[in-house]
Design a protein around this ligand. Structure first.
Ligand code: NAD
Length: 697
């Protein structure tokens, strides 16, 4: 036998062991010997039953993604499952540990029975790569767990635990000694002549739906409620529907055709790009595997405002107790009150138990004394965005924090090196830039100062993972990656309004593109007064935005901003008063209003954003284009199906983007439109940003 597949005998039961590290992916060099082994054991009359098991840490965790988009060399996974289903006289049993995901679960569904250890997880996560299970998963799973559960599992892509799988009928037995118990299970099935019905021939679970689709349609509607413009979730639901309404083989063929269409489409390419990009982002120059993260047992957060509260919740949710420091008892009470209410909302939604709520609240220690931070392993500052305040906080931290404690600032824009210089331990200082609401948003920009030690970065990366964040390491500059590009995206908005666009027209271009909201609705949500105060402090003006704030219209919190909001509603309604204000301002400034096209809006907002991304790469603030994509997908609502701004720019064509930027630069003279050297160079060479990726995604 080959090294990936070996067969052993346990009396008259054959155990086929797969061994394709690290996750037993279904590569061709596994499929070929597996097919041969299955046929050999099928045809060997001395074998009474067959167990399929895996070596290493997991059952087959999926297809080999590197084979996607290429024709599968025979035998395909479907061929393998056909072979399994051609075994009709002896039981076949999948023995599952670790994760049976995607193709792995489809393979297991080709067996008569599935046994699992209690820690196993099973699921069909293909939707997350913009595709659907392509080897019968959508047709077989409903036949075992019923179409309602199947559609929920396949559309969400979220795996279920072994216990739930057993309740659903997906697992026939939970066992302790996986292979030995699976062998015993198989032998007993053979000896007691348990009926051997291939999953494809089981119809009991779908019969009810065949006469009344309403239960299924309800489950499908629920599952596809938030598809964010993605095709794959809808295709998954349709495939499960086919499993009910079509003959098995027809549904299988339809699934295959949909798989091929989706895998060749831009959305799946974008989602596969992001899958690799997220893993790639964890690889940081100078922070190899040999760099050990420091141990984090206790955290502290300074400031219990909007961000401090959310950051503290993230740590507690990740199991790390937090001491929160504020200036006064009142501020502490207010901050903890908000946290308590947030958990209360989760309880009322049923996503958190009342006991867990209580337990989590007990993990916060409020204080007004810096002395109480002396035993914290990591301290995150989230006080006002003012350099003087930050500096004072860091010099106080330097005086009390224990040696080796990590000192982080959540600053949005400020110079982390300047903050670090306030301490005698700049190697322990970095930026940890969370996004609002910090207990929800996934992105964490880890800002590496010029003196930040590699193990401090390693610790921030490991901590991010523990608290459920997606980290990206960035360099120091004004606004880092995300906010700096956001400024570029916003730089021409005022002019667009003055020249003829309306807030609703601009926002529609964004929502049509797939963003959850456009920049004006976003401004109303965040509060327009923040930018106004900022502009005043910098001596800057913005004719329309300033006038709106002067009217006391700060956005949603005052019920009016660029839009009006009905009491208690977050739905923006266009306001004729604002349109008039824009027209008046244009007249005052002598700007002739004209019709502005959707293309023009996209060019004057999203192209400068891409251009700023190119500058960020030039300056090595981001290590690779895909890191920028991860920032925008996880922190700013860039549509997942478009893969992030740099991936999208490549699809759009850098030549086109550079040309249009030149055009707008000529017309407006604004620096945000001046194409960066990198963009010009790549455009001239006919290349994309992807050509800069060190390792191929
Ligand atoms: P906030 O005003 O809601 O909260 C700041 C809190 O810090 C207040 O409760 C205040 O009492 C407290 N504070 C001020 N000085 C203090 C001191 N010396 N010691 C202890 N506590 C002190 O502000 P925020 O929105 O939470 O922003 C905090 C930081 O996070 C800023 O640096 C901001 O730029 C950054 N940030 C904000 C957002 C956002 O969307 N709001 C997003 C990312 C980062």
């Amino acid at each position: 036998m080959t090294s990936t597949v070996s067969v052993s005998r346990h009396g008259d039961v054959a155990v086929i062991m797969l061994d394709n590290p690290p996750v037993n992916a279904l590569s061709h060099h596994l499929r070929e010997p597996l097919d041969a082994a299955l046929k050999a054991e099928r045809d060997d009359s001395s074998v009474k039953a067959i167990v399929l098991a895996c070596a290493g840490r997991t059952f087959v965790a999926g297809a080999d993604i590197t084979e996607f988009g290429k024709p599968q060399k025979a035998p395909s996974l479907r061929d393998l499952i056909d072979t399994l289903e051609s075994i009709t006289t002896k039981p076949t049993v999948a023995a599952i540990h670790g994760t049976a995901l995607g193709g792995g679960l489809e393979l297991a569904l080709g067996c008569h029975f599935r046994v699992a250890d209690k820690g196993a997880r099973l699921g069909l996560p293909e939707v997350k790569l913009g595709i659907l299970p392509g080897a019968g998963g959508t047709v077989r799973l409903p036949r075992i767990v019923g179409p309602e559960k199947a559609v929920a599992m396949i559309v969400s892509g979220t795996p279920i635990g072994a216990l739930e799988a057993e309740e659903a009928g997906l697992v026939d037995a939970l066992v302790d000694n996986l292979v030995a118990d699976a062998v015993a299970f198989a032998r007993e099935a053979a000896e007691t002549n348990r009926p051997l019905v291939a999953v494809r021939d089981r119809t009991a679970r779908i019969e009810a739906a065949q006469t009344d689709m309403s239960g299924f349609e309800k489950a499908a509607a629920e599952a596809t409620k938030k598809t964010r413009g993605l095709e794959a979730p809808l295709a998954c639901a349709e495939a499960v529907r086919n499993a009910i309404t079509m003959k098995f083989d027809d549904a299988l063929d339809a699934e295959r055709r949909t798989f091929e269409r989706l895998v060749a489409g831009d959305q799946s390419k974008a989602q596969r790009h992001l899958f690799f990009a997220e893993r790639e982002a964890a690889r940081v120059e100078g922070v190899g595997k040999e760099v050990r993260p420091r141990e984090i047992r206790k955290a502290a957060v300074i400031g219990a405002g909007t961000m401090g509260g959310g950051i503290a919740m993230s740590f507690v949710n990740g199991g790390i107790p937090v001491t929160i420091l504020e200036m006064s008892k009142e501020a502490l009470d207010r901050g903890l009150g908000v946290i308590d209410r947030n958990y209360g909302i989760s309880v009322s939604r049923g996503s958190l138990s009342p006991e867990a709520h209580k337990k989590r609240m007990a993990m916060f220690t409020p204080t007004t004394s810096y002395d109480d931070l002396a035993d914290a392993d990591i301290i995150i500052e989230a006080v006002f965005e003012e350099m003087a305040v930050k500096k004072e906080v860091f010099s106080r931290l330097d005086a009390i924090a224990k040696p080796g404690a990590i000192l982080a600032s959540n600053t949005s824009y400020l110079d982390v090196n300047e903050i670090a210089a306030m301490t005698k331990r700049p190697a322990d200082v970095l930026g940890m830039h969370f996004f609002s609401p910090a207990n929800v948003m996934k992105l964490l920009e880890i800002v590496r100062g010029k003196e930040t030690a590699p193990d401090v970065i390693a610790t921030a990366l490991a901590t991010a993972k523990r608290i459920g964040k997606v980290p990206v390491v960035v360099g120091v500059c004004h606004g880092f990656v995300g906010n700096r590009m956001l400024s570029a995206r916003s730089a021409d908005l005022e002019s667009l309004l003055l020249e003829g666009a309306t807030p609703q027209q601009v926002d529609k271009v964004f929502t049509d593109f797939g963003w959850p909201m456009g920049p004006f609705a976003m401004g109303d949500l965040a509060g327009l007064d923040i930018g106004w105060r900022n502009r005043k402090s910098l001596g800057r003006k913005a004719a329309i935005a300033d006038a709106i704030c002067e009217m006391g219209r700060y956005g949603q919190k005052t019920g009016r901003g660029y839009y009006v909001y009905e009491k208690g509603s977050r739905t923006p309604t266009p306001d004729p008063e604002i349109e008039k204000l824009i027209e008046d301002k244009a007249r005052e400034l002598g700007v002739n209003r004209r019709t502005i096209s959707s293309d023009e809006i996209a060019e004057r907002t999203m192209y400068p954003m891409v251009n700023e991304g190119a500058r960020i790469l030039e300056e090595k603030i981001a290590a690779r284009p895909s890191d920028i994509d991860i920032v925008w997908i996880n922190g700013y609502g860039f549509p997942v199906g478009r893969g992030g701004p740099m991936f999208w720019a490549d699809l759009t064509g850098l030549k086109k983007i550079a040309e249009r930027l030149e055009y707008w630069h000529g017309k407006t003279g604004k620096d945000v439109f001046a194409p960066s050297l990198l963009l010009k160079k790549l455009a001239a060479e006919g290349k994309g940003f992807s050509s800069l990726q060190a390792s191929k995604a």
